[in-house]
Each structure stands twice: as structure tokens, then as C-alpha cells.
Design a protein around this ligand. Structure first.
Ligand code: DAH
Length: 345
């Protein structure tokens, strides 16, 4: 009996030591199993001596041996699990999986569309000159788009802006960003210094220089002593910064209902330097914007005192500037979104 317990203890002790050294391997456990429970194992050997025993002894020793076998088997099994977990853990610790090849291709990078980029570049210049940016509305009423801008009903000036009217509604799609001026003046008190960039709509056929949907940036400055020379200085600074060069400019007298006096601004053709090319149609000049001093009637429409306040306004076409800046001679290129074109900018 003692013998059995001793043998079992010896086996369990050996098992305990397995895995304490770095070389711990499953075979050590197998060897212990063979040494004690194998055909010629130490515990198996005891069973072989049963035949020379009395029935009583056989029963007693037999069941002790069985218990010892079960205990040792359980211990072996536990050890086996322990060791294999430990080995797996070590393996995981040393094994680094390099997942970088899975991400080694590069995603194609997008960028802003030329129109958005131009609006942003232009707005940034005005912001650096102290202008705030105001968002107007694309759907307007007749009052904001025309009437308040000193364009009464039946006035021929309306014909120059082929308007999209909304069905069964008083509303229309704004034909210019100028109605933004009215909203700004209704919402704020002078001094005012804002730009209103946005999309505008005209019911006209598309060609190389026209589109039914295009973009403008409106400017409005109102205060007590705002002068035409400030307007000139501001626009000159703006043009030179945008094109990154000192460009000759000329102010041509013109007519707009909402400004008096009014002017149109031409710049020396950026593409040919004034020699004459297909973009400036041989004239050497490019017409880039309309501007003027805010008409007293416009001030009256927003209940500003025209005796107290003066102001200037300007409106410029984003697409035209983008075309001049990037040397594009067909406006449609800006809307077709052909990737071969977009990728060049
Ligand atoms: N709204 C005009 C247009 O679309 C452009 C314009 C001209 C705006 C003169 C202005 C201005 O503010 O003063 O044709």
C-alpha cells in the first residue's frame, strides 16, 4: 500500500517539475506516462503482482491502484493542457504578424473641384481684407432678386437676366448673388463688410462661355464714409493677390440698376499679357466684374438713410476667374468632371 502511494507521489513530483525548465515539452509528460502507466510501468507492475494475493488483498490493492491510475491520468492531462497553453503563449509572444502588406496599396487622393477651390481662394483673400462671409439663398422672391435692387416690374433690366420662375409660387431661382446684399442689410447694421459667394441660375443655353448654373461672389461694404477709391483699392489688391502678379486694370463706366455710378472692371489678359489671344478675343483685356456705389434706392428699400450711409458693391463670376487663372477656354470643362481634366488641378 505504501508502495503505491510512494510511487504515485514520485510520479506526481516528476510531473510537477515538467515545464519549469525552458525546454518544457510534451514528450516529458509522455515519458512519465510510460514510466508509470505503460506496459512495464511502475504502477502497472504492481497489478502484475496481484495474482499472488488473496482475494481481500486483490480487492484492496486493485482499487488503490485504480485510484492511483485515475489520479495520475488526471494530473497528466492537466499538465498537458498547462504546457500546451504555455507553449502557445510563448509562440504568440515571439510571433509578430506583419499586416502592413495588406495596406501597402495607396488610396487615390481626392481634392477640391476647381470651382470650389477658386471660391475658397477668392473668399480667403477677402477674409484677409476684413470681409465676413454670408450665405445667401438660392430660392428668392421677386422683391429680393429685383425690386429691392431698384429693378421695378416691367423694367427692361429684367430682360437681361433670363429668370427661372418656380411653378405655382412667388419664388424664383436667384439670377445673381446681389439679393444677398438686401438680406445682409436687413439683418445687420452698418458698418458692413461682407462677401456672398454662391450658385446662381439663368435660363440660357450652355456654350463655351455660358451656363444655366454658375457661381458668383457678391461684395458689399456700407459705412458712413465709404468711397469709390476704397472700392478701387480693394479690387486691385484682390486681383493682384489672386493672380499673384501686378495686373493692369481698367474701370469702364457701365450701368447697373443697384449702383450709381457703376463700372465694369477689365484686367490685362493674363494669358497673352495684352497682345491679344483667343481667350481675350484679340482685345488684350478680360472683363472680370461689375461694381459701383450702392444706389440710394437700395438703401431706401432696406430702410437705411441714404444721406447718412454710403457703400460700394461688386459682383464677380467665379467661373470666369477660374478659366482665366487656369487658362481654360471652355466653361463646359468645369462641369463635365472628366477625371483627366480634374486631375490636372
Ligand atoms: N449682379 C450683377 C450681375 O449678375 C453683377 C453686379 C454688378 C453686382 C454690379 C454688383 C454690382 O454688386 O455692384 O450681372
Amino acid at each position: 500500500m505504501n508502495n503505491i502511494n510512494e510511487i504515485l507521489k514520485e510520479a506526481l513530483d516528476k510531473l510537477k517539475n515538467v515545464g519549469l525548465k525552458d525546454t518544457a515539452v510534451i514528450e516529458d509528460i509522455e515519458n512519465i506516462k510510460v514510466e508509470y502507466l505503460g506496459k512495464k510501468g511502475k504502477i502497472t507492475e504492481i497489478l502484475k503482482t496481484l495474482s499472488s494475493m488473496t482475494i481481500e488483498e486483490k480487492k484492496k490493492i486493485g482499487s488503490l491502484v485504480n485510484e492511483a491510475k485515475i489520479e495520475l491520468n488526471t494530473a497528466l492531462e492537466n499538465k498537458r493542457k498547462e504546457i500546451s497553453n504555455k507553449l502557445l503563449e510563448e509562440k504568440m509572444k515571439n510571433e509578430k504578424i506583419d499586416i502592413s502588406p495588406a495596406f501597402s496599396f495607396s488610396f487615390p487622393k481626392g481634392h477640391r473641384h476647381i470651382i470650389s477651390k477658386t471660391i475658397q481662394d477668392m473668399s480667403n483673400i477677402f477674409v484677409s481684407l476684413g470681409f465676413d462671409v454670408y450665405s445667401g439663398r438660392e430660392i428668392e422672391t421677386d422683391w429680393y432678386n429685383f425690386e429691392a435692387l431698384n429693378i421695378p416690374k416691367d423694367h427692361p433690366a429684367r430682360d437681361t437676366q433670363d429668370t427661372f420662375y418656380l411653378e405655382n409660387s412667388e419664388c424664383l431661382l436667384r439670377t445673381h448673388t446681389s439679393p444677398g446684399q438686401i438680406h445682409v442689410m436687413e439683418e445687420m447694421k452698418p458698418p458692413i463688410k461682407v462677401i456672398v459667394p454662391g450658385r446662381v441660375y439663368r435660363n440660357e443655353a450652355t456654350d463655351a462661355s455660358h451656363s444655366a448654373i454658375f457661381h458668383q461672389i457678391e461684395g458689399l461694404v456700407v459705412g458712413e464714409n465709404v468711397t469709390f477709391s476704397e472700392l478701387k483699392g480693394t479690387l486691385k489688391l484682390f486681383i493682384n493677390r489672386l493672380f499673384g502678379q501686378e495686373l493692369d486694370m481698367r474701370f469702364r463706366p457701365s450701368h447697373f440698376q443697384f449702383t450709381e455710378p457703376s463700372a465694369e472692371v477689365d484686367i490685362k489678359c493674363v494669358l497673352c499679357g495684352g497682345k491679344g489671344c483667343r481667350v481675350c478675343k484679340g482685345s488684350g483685356w478680360l472683363e472680370v466684374l461689375g461694381c459701383g456705389m450702392v444706389h440710394p434706392n437700395v438703401f431706401r428699400a432696406v430702410k437705411y438713410d441714404p444721406e447718412k450711409y454710403t457703400g460700394y458693391a461688386f459682383g464677380l463670376g467665379v467661373e470666369r476667374f477660374a478659366m482665366f487663372k487656369y487658362g481654360i477656354d471652355d466653361m463646359r470643362v468645369l462641369y463635365e468632371n472628366d477625371l483627366r481634366v480634374l486631375r490636372q488641378f
